[in-house]
Structures are given as C-alpha cells and as structure tokens.
Design a protein around this ligand. Sequence first.
Ligand code: AOF
Ligand code: ZN
Length: 380
Amino acid sequence: MDDFYLNRSLILAEQAISLSSPNPRVGCVLVKNGQIIGEGHTQAAGSAHAEVMAIRNATERGLDATGCTVYVTLEPCSHFGRTPPCVNALKSIQPARVVVALLDVNPQVSGQGVSALRSAGMLVDVLPSSHPIAVATHELNIGFIERMTRGKVYTRLKTAASLDGKTALPDGHSQWITSDAARTDGHRWRARADVIVTGIGTVLHDNPQMNVRGARVAHPPMKCVLDSYARTPLNARLFEDDASVCVVCADLDESHDEHAGQSARLAALCAAHTAVRIVRVPMLNGRVDLAALWVYFHEQSFNEIHVEAGGVLNAALLSARLIDELLIYQAPRVVGAGLPMADFGDALILDDLQKKPNWQWLDVVRLGEDVRLRLRKTQH
Ligand code: AOF
Ligand code: ZN
C-alpha cells in the first residue's frame, strides 16, 4: 500500500505546479487505519508546506492524526525558512511512521529532516532513488534540484517543426505547423515555467501572446522578450493579459547611436504598461549576453525557464550551453529544401560523429497526428 499512498502524494504534488515556486512541488497524505485522514500540497512561497496542509486538513475534518503514517514526496524540512520546520509540525501529531519518496537536496535540509524524525522516535523509510515514484518526484522538481545542486536555472527549449526540421513555410507562416494536441501539450509545459522567454524577432513576426491557455495556472509565468534595442511594440499581444513582462535590453552606453532611441522607447513601454520590468544586460558580440541574463534569472530564484523562440536565438542559447532539455513537436509534413529557418538555426555544426551524442532521450510520445520528442543534455 505504500506505493498507493505515495502515488496519491505525487498527484497532490503536481497540483503545486505554477503555485509553489521557488519552493519544490511536494504532496503529503496522512493515513490511519487504512483511511486517508488528511492531504495537502505545498502552497505559494512563504505559505504552508505540504505536511502542514495535510495536518490542517485532518484537523478540519475533526480527525485525530496521532499514530498515523505520513506519506510525503520530499523529506520534511528541518530548518526555519520563510516557515517553521515541518519536522516540528509532524512531531506535534506523533506519527508512528513517515514514508519519504525523495531526500531534499537543499543543504539546509539534506538528511537532517529524516534524522530529526528518527531522533523523535518515528520510523522513517526513504525510497531507493531508482524507485519510479522517487524518479517521478525528482523529475517534477528538476528545476528546484538543479538550482540547489548546480546553481543554474533548468531551461527547456520548445520547438514545433516539420519532419525536415523547418519551423516555417516559404511564405513565412509558422504558427500552426503542428496540431491541436501538440499545442495543448505545449501549454502544459509553459505552465510549469517561472518565465517564458522569446526574442524580439518572434514578437515582431508572430506577435505571440506568450501565455498559458487550456491549463490551470495559479501564477502565470512571467513573459520575457530579448529585445536589445527596445523594439517591442506598445500594442504587442503579449501585453493583453496581466502577467508581468520583462524586456531585456542591451546596456548601451551614451556614445552608442541607438542609445537615445532605446531610452525613449523603454520610457514609452513603461508608461503604457505597469507590468513591464526592464532588465539591462551587457552586450557580448553585438547581442545581449545570454549567460549574464541566465545569472539574473538564477538570482530571481527561478526554477524552470521555457524558451519558445526562432532559430537564431535557439542556436545562440544552445551554443552558450544554456539549454538543458529539448521539447520538440514534430509534424508529419515535409516542407522542402532551401527554406527560411530550421528550428536550431545553423550555429551548431556537428563536426565529429565519433563523439558521444550530446542529448539523451527522455521520452517519445504520439500526440494526435504529431510526435513529441523530449531530450536532456548529457553531462560529459
Ligand atoms: C517540506 N515540505 O512542502 C516543501 C519543502 O522558506 P520555506 O520555509 O518555505 O522553506 C523552503 C524550503 O523548504 C525549500 O527550499 C525546500 O528545501 C523545502 N521545501 N519542504 O518539508 C514542502 N515545499
Ligand atoms: Zn517543510
């Protein structure tokens, strides 16, 4: 039965997507005499963790949790952060046993939560890291885990392309290369992100809304346009909802010809839209320094970035080694030769087939008439 209740905890944890960031997505179930007596998931940062929500839920139902078994997807925290330790909350209900799917990599917790529970006399079981529920918990929190362990923001790049890797038709039409099922799925991945990134070329050409449609979001992801010279139109569709918009522009010095024009356009953007945030980033080889921007994203404690851009920006991000995951929707169409843009531009030249592949398959799924390929960068 452990797997059954841990699976239920995992389903609850998934409900924290778009809500809990920068905190991990955690679910918790309290079980007594074969009945679920309380359940919960992590709330927004600064609010209750999953364990506290589950205990509250049992209390609200008038049920006594003493002696229960706690199923929780992530090791209960042992430190005072924005909230008091969950370990203390658990001690207050005196469970007989705690089952944990995955240890918390946060250095302030990492094993200390489990030790504290054991010291308090509880039986604690932790799944082996290869257990499917531990793996799923890891995947659900890949952004949090990468931020904590590698100090970077997990970045997923989405493209939709033809069989021959083209993102546009000869006349430039590109928006609907794949079918409804693929687009709906794409929105679910957008919903997981703290920020959706695109380039000014895409804004000017496709005028995207860059929002999440057809999936529930507690906090809509921030929209971010890489726009060195501040050319984002005041009436761009990405301003149509109230999500915050970050315009990333080049930090031009006053001797630069474009300086005055850029300042005037930025002022107009800020005057027209209260939700605009301007971020200035140094130039590197004539464009915004992407690595510097990703440092800024890390400083914001973002866990996951979702990129939907054109071939030029995609290629630059891949070359800068900022992409961790590829999400490629491929339509069963061949566009043909000599056409505008391939999904990764042409900046990456594979020169040696003897080298190990740099991407490994995560999964390949049929979605309506299309396929979805998901790959993760190999570490070597
Ligand atoms: C848990 N249960 O549901 C979550 C945990 O600043 P705080 O107090 O919100 O603490 C944030 C840290 O707590 C976070 O970095 C992670 O280590 C842990 N998250 N722990 O026991 C939860 N979301
Ligand atoms: Zn906690």
